[in-house]
Write a protein of this length. Structure first.
Length: 285
């Protein structure tokens, strides 16, 4: 994998790339993922056997710049599109999105369906899920960490070992400064503030039903709601898609971290069916 840096109007965005082929796959991260290029790297490497893979790090993530600009979902989608344009990446693309990143993938598909060949939800947080969350409380807790600055730095110091433990040991010291900068930063706070309206915007527009969709679902561990309820919301939303499939895994919310090869096999099989036009209406479970 290699990292590239794209200059946008609001700052510079890091993009991790690997693989070759005609149909790009763009992997969108969940909320507060410190280093998307590393977090989803193992899955990206497996998917790159058949597709060119791009893992953009939003502002406030990875080595991308911070920003105090609005973080409404439309703005984020336009940033992603600007990155693809700058890198001369052709559309349509496959959007493979984890957790809250699936909201961004949905909005992209709602606004620009011609640019999206398929949607892959990596344990996606669908709009209905957020009706069960205490979004106000979650936002308040994040803001309390963000300010004053000494509290944010102290909290990071106490949590750094745990947060960085999933990354290679030889990289942790190098990653620490960027992780400290990103952790609970204003960019994250503004994303959190924008989330309720983002969910309303996406809900009003409805599911992009004509786009093939695959959901890879966890056992719910690591989410704020019980596993069966988590899956129920996802499967209910999936019913809106004309061509759909899903797969259940007895793995926590970050399922890609534990079985990247197995997940990649399911994704590649699904995309082969999409490309061959062999995916039936209603799909297969």
């Amino acid at each position: 994998m290699q990292d590239e840096y794209v200059k946008l109007e609001k700052g510079t965005v890091q993009v991790t790339r690997t693989g070759y082929g005609p149909t790009p796959l763009v992997l969108l991260s969940g909320f507060s993922t410190l280093f998307p290029g590393l977090e989803y790297g193992a899955l990206g490497t497996e998917l790159a056997k058949k597709f060119p893979v791009l893992i953009p790090s939003k502002f406030g993530y990875g080595y991308s710049d911070l920003t105090d600009a609005p973080r409404d979902v439309d703005a984020i989608v336009e940033e992603y599109r600007a990155v693809l344009s700058a890198l001369k990446v052709p559309t349509p693309v496959v959007l493979c999105a984890h957790s809250m990143g699936f909201l961004e993938a949905l909005r992209w598909a709602q606004k620009y369906p011609e640019e999206v060949a398929a949607l892959v939800g990596l344990d996606p947080a669908t709009p209905e899920v957020y009706q069960t969350f205490d979004l106000t409380g979650s936002q308040a807790r994040l803001e309390k960490i963000n300010r004053p600055e000494w509290k944010r730095r102290l909290t990071f110091r106490l949590m750094a070992s745990s947060m960085l433990s999933r990354y290679p040991a030889n990289l942790r010291r190098k990653l620490a400064p960027a992780a400290r900068r990103n952790f609970a930063c204003l960019t994250w706070v503004n994303e959190s503030r924008a989330l309720p309206e983002n969910v309303r915007t996406i809900s009003r527009a409805g599911a992009p039903a004509n786009i093939p969709a695959l959901f890879l679902l966890s056992n719910g561990k690591g989410t704020p709601i019980p596993g069966e309820e988590w899956r129920k919301h996802a499967l209910s939303y999936l019913e809106h898609f004309e061509s759909r499939q899903y797969e259940l895994f007895d793995l926590p919310h970050d399922l890609y971290y534990y079985q990247p090869q197995e997940l990649a096999e399911v994704i590649l099989d699904f995309l082969a069916q999409v490309q061959d036009g062999a995916l039936e209406k209603g799909g297969a479970e």
